[in-house]
Design a protein around this ligand. Structure first.
Ligand SMILES: [Zn+2]
Length: 306
């Protein structure tokens, strides 16, 4: 009898296209041995057949990331992965209510009454006043009197993507066109906030997809990008969320997203490399498998000039 948690692990493994069990001479499955070292919650981030060697390597890699803090919840969950009961999905890359990382606070923000919204603002203003004091400023001086309120409003605006639902954006703007050639929207302006420093990063996103007969209104692509960028982000996740959202909505042959941007946390502080550009990409479906499609996309958006 396979225990419940092991069974789930095995289910996940089969979803991931790998087998973690070995077959003994009698043809019976032997239990996997690394339940302790590799709890079920970690399975979702593994895409290869697992061996102890892989597990150790993963742990080492994770520890090696040290303080750079890549949240392991950023790893996409394989489709159909079943999580143990009572355990929340570790940040689906994309979910249909568009939140993709809903915390209790996010839902509160969507559902709140005007009085609650006012209480939230007041709390934020208080926090900004504290910040100002900690900077050695006088929050009571004339130039700063309205700053807490301005800053709170600005932050709420810059993160209003938490209050947008991808269904509302798409709003049935899907059209059957029988079109199966690459569609690219290039140079979408992105203004987002880095979740590590709460400083802006800005740049351009290029989105391409190859439809399976169905196309989406072009402006919707920019709006999806905007929705995800108006949240606390890291560029890698932003890129991936946009790609997965389009994949989910349209079920096209493939999606490719490339983003190039400049991070204020790099430019204004720390290494102060003012001309640094960070490029991230996410390719799904046929772009992943087909070099020609991928190269065509990259050269059309001007990333891969050779
Ligand atoms: Zn940063």
């Amino acid at each position: 009898m396979v225990s419940q948690s092991k069974k789930q692990l095995l289910d996940m493994a089969s979803v991931l296209g790998s087998s973690n069990t070995s077959t003994n001479s009698a043809g019976k499955r032997t239990d996997i041995e690394r339940d302790e070292a590799f709890p079920a919650e970690d399975v979702s981030i593994v895409v290869e057949p697992l061996t102890n060697r892989h597990v150790n390597a993963l742990e080492k890699h994770r520890n090696g990331l040290g303080k750079v803090a890549r949240d392991r919840r950023d790893k996409p969950v394989a489709k159909g992965t079943k999580l143990p009961p009572g355990r929340q999905a570790p940040s689906p890359v994309f979910d249909i209510d568009g939140l993709s990382r809903p915390s209790r606070g996010t839902h509160n923000r969507i559902d709140e009454e005007p009085a609650q919204a006012e209480a939230r603002s007041e709390k934020m203003r208080g926090a900004v006043r504290t910040l100002l004091e900690c900077l050695g400023e006088d929050p009571g001086r004339e130039g700063l009197l309205a700053t807490p309120s301005r800053y709170a409003n600005a932050l709420l605006f810059l993160t209003n993507g938490y209050q947008v639902n991808v269904n509302d954006i798409v709003n049935n703007a899907l059209f059957y066109e029988g079109h199966n050639e690459m569609v690219i929207v290039k140079g979408i302006d992105i203004y987002s906030l880095c979740e590590h420093h709460l400083l802006p990063f800005t740049g351009k996103m290029h989105i391409g997809y190859i439809p399976s007969e169905i196309v989406i209104g072009l402006s919707k692509l920019s709006r999806i990008a905007e929705m995800f960028s108006r949240r606390l982000q890291i560029q890698e996740r932003l890129t991936r969320q946009v790609a997965h959202a389009i994949m989910e909505i349209l079920n096209p042959q493939g999606v490719a997203v490339v983003m190039e941007s400049c991070h204020m946390c790099m430019v204004m502080r720390g290494v102060e490399k003012t001309s640094t550009t960070t490029i991230t990409s996410c390719v799904l479906g046929c772009f992943e498998k087909n070099n020609k499609a991928r190269n065509e996309f990259m050269s059309l958006v001007g990333v891969n000039k050779t």
